[in-house]
Design a protein around this ligand. Structure first.
Ligand SMILES: [Zn+2]
Length: 253
């Protein structure tokens, strides 16, 4: 379950179960924080001011952001203190080709930016590892969610049974009709037909992927909130190319 709280007068969403982890900071912003992405033609200084305000509100003012390029792929890797500041102040320094990041290092605010795509937040309480990934339909089809689980296993020896995953607010199947080309990448159990159109359930697709990777069902926390239905969020499907981007962030204190 996720919960909406207010920080500095604006809404953020958090996994309720994780609010008890005193070593962890995490949140997904609502649109009231403004656009937080540097790649959508917004004024750079305004975006950087919003990011600073958010860092302060989270209690992470002294921490460095680390962002991936987000190319709708499924590549991820472990990042460390040498990656601090990647993508923080300019888009070109975002980590090339990555849609997923995880770390065991402190003080790194791992972030990703969203307008409908699925935010995947990873936490490994036993080892105080945090991770983040961005999964739109292409990333989901490319198995982004399980790529992080596999990579945590390969590089840090993490058992999938130790991993908890929050699936943040993202487009619901209610608002996500897709063409036959997109649908062809998915199995029938995540597709449904409404009003003569095929709808895709990206949250379910990611949940199934995580279960197949060995993550426990009770350790998967979907928000159950649709970014297109709920006007508190930016939505690319609803608002088109003028949509801003919201941030999901995780940090090991
Ligand atoms: Zn909806």
């Amino acid at each position: 379950m996720w919960q909406r709280i207010e920080l500095d007068g604006c809404g953020v969403w958090q996994v309720s179960h994780w609010q008890g982890y005193d070593w962890l900071i995490h949140s997904m912003t609502e649109a009231a924080w403004g656009n937080l992405a540097l790649h959508v033609g917004d004024d750079v200084d305004a975006v950087l001011r919003r990011r600073e305000r958010l860092s302060r509100a989270l209690g992470a003012a002294s921490c460095s952001w680390v962002l991936g390029e987000q190319i709708h792929g499924a590549r991820c890797r472990k990042v460390d203190i040498s990656d601090a500041g990647s993508g923080e102040a300019e888009q070109h320094s975002a980590l090339a080709g990555l849609d997923g990041l995880f770390t065991q290092d402190r003080q790194l605010l791992l972030g990703a930016l969203f307008a409908d795509c699925v935010p995947l937040l990873y936490v490994v309480p036993n080892h105080r590892i945090v991770g983040i990934a961005h999964a739109g339909w292409r990333g989901t089809a490319a198995t982004m969610a399980s790529s992080v689980v596999r990579s945590m296993g390969e590089t840090l020896g993490i058992n999938p049974k130790e991993i908890e995953v929050g699936i943040g607010p993202s487009i619901g199947s209610c608002c996500y009709p897709v063409g036959t080309d997109t649908a062809s990448h998915f199995s029938a159990d995540v597709l449904s037909e409404r009003d003569g159109r095929v709808h895709l359930d990206l949250v379910l697709a990611n949940t199934i992927q995580l279960l197949e990777s060995g993550v426990r069902e009770t350790a998967i926390y979907p928000a159950g909130v649709c970014t297109s239905c709920n006007r508190s969020f930016f939505s690319y499907r609803r608002d088109g190319s003028k949509a801003g981007r919201m941030a999901a962030l995780v940090l090991r204190r």
